[in-house]
Ligand binder design. Sequence first.
Ligand SMILES: C[S@@+](CC[C@H](N)C(=O)[O-])C[C@H]1O[C@@H](n2cnc3c(N)ncnc32)[C@H](O)[C@@H]1O
Length: 199
Amino acid sequence: MAIKDRKRIDDHYSQKARKEGFPARSVYKLEEVDQKHKLLKPGQQVLDLGCAPGSWSLYAAGKVGLKGRVVGIDITPVPATFPPQVTILEADLLDADKALVTDLAPFDLVLSDMAPKTMGRREVDQARSLELCQMAWDWAQSLLKVGGHFLFKIFQSQEGDDFIRGLASHFDKIIRIKPKATRSGSLEIFVLAYKKSHN
Ligand SMILES: C[S@@+](CC[C@H](N)C(=O)[O-])C[C@H]1O[C@@H](n2cnc3c(N)ncnc32)[C@H](O)[C@@H]1O
């Protein structure tokens, strides 16, 4: 695709997010996966790792409704205003204790859109993304219900592929997704680990 066309698509998603009241265009990545795989339902408990500036938590809150709960955690403050079913916590997840959320567990869905601050050095960025995914899986492994789903973002790499393959024995299916709202040239893909099969 020509750079000009790709830029038009990027601008389209940013404008749409502003118009629809979401703080980031990344909401359309979650929306695309949710529409296709029907992940979010009324009454669910959702854990959103790396939630700032808050688009995924806001979207999830709309889907789970007032009888559900969304817990978002980020290392940076989250300035958005949320409905009452959302709880936002500030913590460095690489250093945080799961006890922070055990009262609210188990979860139907664990989301991680976490990304490291990119250094412009491909191998370093890939390794730091993998570290965040491994930590997110450590949380999902203890906090996700049997039958629940784990959706995470990863910068593609050989080691990342090995990690994704390692998840297969814990879930019914592993689905790799490149949503339309992903910026051109991005290393990121999303992985939907569908239906946790055991604890
Ligand atoms: C792409 S943004 C998430 C966007 C979010 N899904 C939304 O739709 O608004 C990635 C987030 O991961 C967070 N993050 C990265 N490393 C983290 C860590 N160690 N602990 C907590 N959050 C982290 C960043 O602060 C950043 O806000």
